[in-house]
Write a protein that binds this ligand. Structure first.
Ligand code: DGY
Length: 324
């Protein structure tokens, strides 16, 4: 039955099935139809709302939360929630929810797509072919790197890091990982992964892939200070959050070839990208599509709206990231 006592704000239209679910369950307003709303627009429209559905690019800060005296829930349509001031929401007794689990395999698949694309230079070779530059088979055309026997270093061994490790097994890689929480011996065995401190992982890995959440400790975890520790022939992959890597330092390392190549799905100031990176042939750049499969983006949208409706119907959320 439609809840007519609460109203929600959705920052930008979700996938059609999720919009349909909202229409059947709650009164709501969409802040931006074909563009993201500005902070002022959100502030203006959230005043009389009890619920908010946000996307990972919406900065839901203290000002926005303070503008909504009746707010009960912020349902983020993403597993990451670094875009939300969770501690202020918690102080105010507002639930914050995310979309864990459903995007694990999709993001791990994309990670492998990036690893292979970078190692074998697939996007560059595609551009070359389309530009009618393929004149002759050449022994040294687009030489890439083999994976077999190399060391894969996983930074952040949560759900996605583990799924990346499981997918590494047929490639016969040695797997190491770093994480504030060490896996149990059983889990290390299942994932065929052994623990290394960050510095050792950086110094010894051939492919480094980042799957950590963004927080104070992981901001610029890969920085000007430690990027030089990475081997010259190594590949760096980031599908977590752009701010985990100091983008300028990365672009410099790639330009100077002190790092062989990188594959990025996320950027420090998304959607802006460090100008130097754009012109480098040893970087494969994607527009934050880690979880972008038809199935997964639908599941994420549905999870967000179900969390919203649950709380506005007086129930507990299904995927809380804070405790009220
Ligand atoms: C998330 O959900 O945090 C992902 O970055 C979306 O692709």
């Amino acid at each position: 039955m439609k809840n007519r006592t609460s109203k929600a704000l959705v920052t930008k239209k979700l996938l059609p099935k999720a919009m349909e679910y909202l229409e059947n369950h709650i009164d709501f307003q969409v802040a931006g139809i074909d563009r993201y709303p500005t902070k002022d627009e959100i502030i203006d429209r959230i005043k009389d709302k009890q619920g908010l559905v946000s996307l990972l690019v919406d900065r839901i800060d203290k000002d926005i939360i303070q503008a909504a005296p009746d707010l009960k829930i912020i349902a983020n349509c993403a597993v990451g929630y670094n875009n939300i001031d969770v501690s202020h929401a918690t102080e105010r007794g507002i639930w914050v929810t995310n979309t864990p689990g459903v995007l694990t395999n999709t993001t791990a698949d994309l990670t492998w797509g990036l690893i292979l694309s970078v190692a074998r230079r697939i996007p560059q070779a595609d551009r070359f072919t389309r530009n009618k530059k393929y004149k002759n088979w050449e022994l040294d055309l687009f030489l890439g790197q083999d994976l077999e026997g190399k060391q894969l270093g996983i930074i952040g061994m949560g759900r996605i890091g583990k799924a990346v490790a499981l997918r590494a097994q047929p490639f016969h890689l040695k797997i190491v990982y770093t994480d504030p929480i060490k896996l149990s011996p059983e889990e290390e065995q299942i994932h065929k992964a052994s623990y290394l401190p960050l510095e050792d992982l950086l110094k010894t890995s051939d492919i480094i892939t980042i799957h950590t959440t963004l927080n104070k400790e992981t901001h610029h975890l890969i920085s000007k200070k430690n990027i030089h520790m990475i081997k010259e022939q190594a590949i760096l992959i980031n599908v977590s959050r752009g701010q985990v890597v100091e983008e300028k330092a990365l672009a410099q390392a790639l330009k100077r070839r002190t790092l062989w190549a990188a594959g990025l799905d996320v950027y420090e100031n998304e959607p802006e990208i460090e100008e130097n990176l754009l012109s480098l042939d040893n970087a494969v750049l994607l527009p934050h599509i880690g979880s972008a499969s038809i199935e997964t983006r639908l599941k994420m949208s549905m999870m967000a709206v179900k969390n919203l409706v649950a709380v506005l119907s007086g129930k507990k959320p299904l995927n809380p990231v804070n405790q009220i």
